[in-house]
Each structure stands twice: as structure tokens, then as C-alpha cells.
Design a protein around this ligand. Structure first.
Ligand code: FAD
Length: 210
């Protein structure tokens, strides 16, 4: 998917390459499984995962778009509404600007304006959960042998994902993703429970409270 957006060498060298994903058990603090993407190196062109932040990928796409002839790109401009007829689409942008185009391609997310105006349902089910994402600069995860991609799972369907990302300054940081319950407000969502009994070592929960 990324290759046509390119340049792939920049994508791989500037960001973090994860060759393994590790799975840990919350209660014991033990690693219980490892997915070694590198085993696929003779079968797949890309036998690794590139860890990056979404905005960096977006910037790469925008740069590629701007390099194409006959393009105009704008950021921070919101589509308010649109109408279409046999030949054109008329877009109303926030700020009272109007544009006429041949086509409108909606890529404004699952709950986007385009889908909503066209009354296109999102499917039978929209997952209701949100996530609490915390980022720390301290390298608390390295001593316990965390790979750049880790998943911690435990009893009662609790889970946490831990990723290393390079950050805009390239200094590296750990990003922890926690699920929240659909009914939680923001304050409840970032409340950190005490470590589960018997949990040894440095867990993402402990990291996030640093
Ligand atoms: C915490 C978290 C972690 C994730 N981690 C991963 C991961 O590791 N790997 C992975 O593959 N996926 C991951 N995902 C999922 C991934 O982020 C989404 O699937 C993906 O971003 C969806 O892309 P999209 O282009 O459809 O929509 P979006 O990324 O939501 O982009 C829609 C864009 O449209 C813009 N927009 C919306 N309305 C308008 C409007 N009216 N006018 C103009 N612009 C508008 C928005 O500002 C936004 O820029 C994660 C998601 C979350 C929440």
C-alpha cells in the first residue's frame, strides 16, 4: 500500500523497523509468544513492520500529491456541504468558498461528512470504544526486553498495546494504547488502575503513571 505513495527507502530508514511483535501476559509479566516477521524474508518483500506516526505518513502523501502536475492541495479547510448534478460537484467549504469539480472522493473517515450527506450507512456495526493513548520519553520498556511492538493481555479481556515510535525529533518514545469503556468520560478513561497482583517488572500500566 505504501510503495506507490513512496519513497519507500525514506519510509524505512527514517522510521522504526520492527522485525518482531511480542505478546506478554499481564498477570505474570512473562513474554508468552513472539511473532518473528523476519522468518518471511525469503517469501515477502517486506518482512517487517514500520512503526511511524499517522501524521508522518500523511505528510509523505501530501508531498507526493503536490509533486503531481495540475494539483492544488489545501489543509485545514473543512467541507461543509456539497451538491451534484449530471456533470459536476459543487463543494461548499467553511469560510464561504465554493469549488466546482468533476469528482468528489470522500476519504474523510468512517463518520465523515461525505458519507453523512450521501446518507451512506457505515455498516451494521460501529465499534463504540475509544482509546487512551499515552506517550513517554523514558526508556522504561527496554530493560524488560520489549520489542518495538508489544501486546499485553490478561484476565478479564484486559489488554494494552505498546509501540515504539521515533517522534518528530527522532529521539524515540514509547506509546501505550489502552482500551476505554464506551460509557467512560475522558477523566475516567485516563485513570490508571493499580498493577494487578502478582505482576512483576515494569508494565505499561506502571510506565504510563511515570
Ligand atoms: C489509537 C488508534 C491506533 C491505531 N493504530 C493503528 C495502527 O497501528 N495501524 C493501522 O493500520 N491503523 C491503526 N489505527 C486505525 C487507523 O488510524 C484508521 O483506520 C485510519 O486512520 C482510517 O483512515 P481514513 O483515511 O479512512 O480516516 P482518517 O484517518 O480518520 O482521516 C480522515 C481525514 O478527513 C478529515 N476530515 C473529516 N471531516 C472532514 C471535512 N468535513 N472536511 C475536510 N476534511 C475532513 C479529518 O480531519 C482526517 O484528516 C488506529 C486507530 C486508533 C484510534
Amino acid at each position: 500500500m505504501i510503495e506507490p505513495v513512496g519513497p519507500l527507502d525514506r519510509f524505512v530508514t527514517e522510521w522504526l523497523v520492527a522485525r518482531q511483535s511480542k505478546f506478554w501476559e499481564f498477570e505474570s509479566g512473562r513474554m508468552v509468544a513472539m511473532l518473528d516477521h523476519d522468518l518471511l524474508r525469503y517469501d515477502a518483500r517486506f518482512s517487517f513492520v514500520v512503526q511511524t506516526e499517522l501524521h508522518k505518513l500523511a505528510i509523505m502523501g501530501i508531498e507526493r500529491l503536490r509533486a503531481l502536475p495540475n494539483t492544488d492541495s489545501r489543509q485545514g479547510v473543512r467541507l461543509s456541504s456539497f451538491t451534484q448534478d449530471q456533470s459536476d460537484v459543487t463543494l461548499e467549504l467553511e469560510g464561504e468558498e465554493t469549488l466546482r469539480t468533476d469528482w468528489l472522493v470522500g476519504c474523510d473517515g468512517g463518520r465523515g461528512t461525505v458519507r453523512s450527506i450521501l446518507d451512506i450507512p457505515s455498516g451494521d456495526f460501529i465499534w463504540p470504544e475509544r482509546f487512551a493513548v499515552l506517550t513517554v520519553l523514558d526508556d522504561k520498556a527496554a530493560p524488560m526486553g520489549c520489542a518495538y511492538r508489544c501486546c499485553f493481555a490478561g484476565l478479564g479481556a484486559s489488554w494494552t498495546n505498546l509501540f515504539a515510535v521515533s517522534g518528530d525529533d527522532g529521539r524515540g518514545r514509547w506509546r501505550v494504547v489502552f482500551p476505554t469503556r464506551a460509557e467512560e468520560d475522558d477523566e475516567e478513561a485516563v485513570w490508571m488502575p493499580p498493577r494487578p497482583p502478582g505482576c512483576r517488572g515494569c508494565t505499561p500500566t506502571r510506565m504510563a503513571t511515570v
